[in-house]
Design a binder for this molecule. Structure first.
Ligand SMILES: Nc1nc2c(ncn2[C@@H]2O[C@H](COP(=O)(O)OP(=O)(O)O)[C@@H](O)[C@H]2O)c(=O)[nH]1
Ligand SMILES: [Mg+2]
Length: 373
């Protein structure tokens, strides 16, 4: 009697969202396809997202359509890539009409609490639609450290005029960088007037965010003495304002002193934006003090830079920069994704580590294989 080997099933390795299954082994005269699963799973795969409908709903400001669209562009599944790009292409002409604001600062500076107060003010007092995005390069490792912040934005997350999205994780079809930029396009097409991008001041994240926003602010704590000494000068040169948060209670006087110290430093630095003098301000996010003034500063910034042409110029430069960062993303993807490279890489690595060959010759060999494809 012929032995019957039970077919084994496995989920496709791409993404846990992909419920496509396939037979990998098993002896059977006909391919073994379970009837129950066939219709359900294959239908989902074949149909894909309905881009036209998604686009229509998103343009009407439908939050659920926006959330689904972001999920689509954030997806690391290859079969989502084309539909996502098609959607973006269709929505591009509706984007660009917001003010994009980046917010950075060390953990604990009060960024999330500030966004809660600031965002609520913009929604409730000014009637604006506010989207909050996060860029957290560490989140792909930590599983989304920004999640905890949702509790700090409790009020805002329930506001019908606000939309909060945690940081995407990076993947082979592009990193956090591309996904955040594309998410901005989607938010603008959905009618958001203000986009706030929160980032932890870790590694290169503040430089990345500076490159995708119009206005960039640094939130700092009081008692700057030591902090000022240790602070990277670089970040001060990127910022359009410094906000000394937690200017309340016993901390208020110290906050004013800190503000004066930052003003002094800013005075000696190159301005982050041509024609704009970066200054320091104080606020209290928990007491809602000074929040409205910060918005006035941003509006003034927008007026000044739009009149001088600096605003548009920066956006054009940012788009150019976007092209180059995408090229680098794609190159990495195609290089490391190539089967021959994948196969050879561990061997080459070992050879170099063992001192049998130079790094240059190893890289040269890999590239000659890559360019032959
Ligand atoms: N007294 C006071 N505490 C604040 C203020 N803003 C934030 N905090 C507190 O500072 C801590 C860190 O805030 P959080 O928003 O999570 O900082 P983030 O890590 O920069 O996002 C929390 O315990 C907040 O309650 C403020 O304006 N005044
Ligand atoms: Mg936070």
């Amino acid at each position: 009697m012929a032995s019957f080997k039970k077919p084994e099933w496995h989920q496709n390795e791409r993404n846990s969202n992909d419920f496509t299954t396939s037979v990998v082994s098993g002896v059977h005269s006909e391919p073994y396809v379970p009837k129950v699963n066939k219709g359900r799973f294959q239908k989902k795969e074949r149909q894909g997202p309905n881009i036209e409908e998604l686009e229509k709903e998103l343009l009407q400001g439908n939050r659920s359509a926006l959330a689904r669209s972001i999920t689509l562009i954030e997806s690391n599944a290859e079969h989502h890539f084309r539909p996502a790009q098609e959607l973006l292409q269709n929505l591009l002409s509706y984007s660009g009409n917001s003010i994009r604001i980046g917010i950075t600062g060390v953990p604990g500076a009060g960024k999330s609490t500030f966004i809660e107060a600031f965002g609520t003010y913009l929604c409730d007092d000014l009637g604006l639609n506010v989207a909050v995005l996060a860029v957290d390069p560490s989140s792909s490792l930590s599983g989304g450290s920004i999640l905890g912040d949702k509790t700090r934005m409790e009020q805002l997350s329930r506001n019908p005029k606000a939309f909060i999205r945690p940081s995407p994780s990076s993947g082979k079809l592009g990193g956090v960088h591309r996904k955040t930029r594309e998410t901005m396009v989607l938010c603008e097409a959905a009618g958001f007037d203000v986009i706030l991008v929160e980032t932890v001041g870790v590694g290169q994240s503040e430089v990345i965010v500076r490159d995708m926003v119009d206005f960039f602010m640094l939130l700092v704590l009081t008692g700057a003495g030591d902090e000022l000494q240790g602070m990277k000068k670089g970040i001060m040169e990127l910022t359009d304002t410094v906000i000394v948060n937690k200017a309340d209670g016993a901390n208020k006087r110290a906050a004013l002193k800190t503000k004066a110290e930052y003003d002094k430093i800013l005075h000696f630095l190159q301005p982050a934006t041509k024609g704009w003098v970066s200054r320091a301000y104080t606020c209290s996010s928990v007491n809602n003090e000074g929040i409205d003034h910060i918005w006035n500063v941003i509006e003034e910034f927008s007026d000044v830079t739009k009149k001088s042409g600096v605003f548009e110029h920066r956006r054009r430069e940012q788009t150019k920069e976007w092209i180059y960062s995408m090229i680098i993303d794609q190159l990495q993807f195609s290089f490391f994704g190539q089967p021959e490279i994948k196969e050879l890489l561990p061997k080459v690595e070992n050879d170099v580590i063992a001192g049998n060959r130079t790094v240059t010759s190893a890289v040269e060999q890999l590239f000659s294989i890559y360019s032959k494809q």
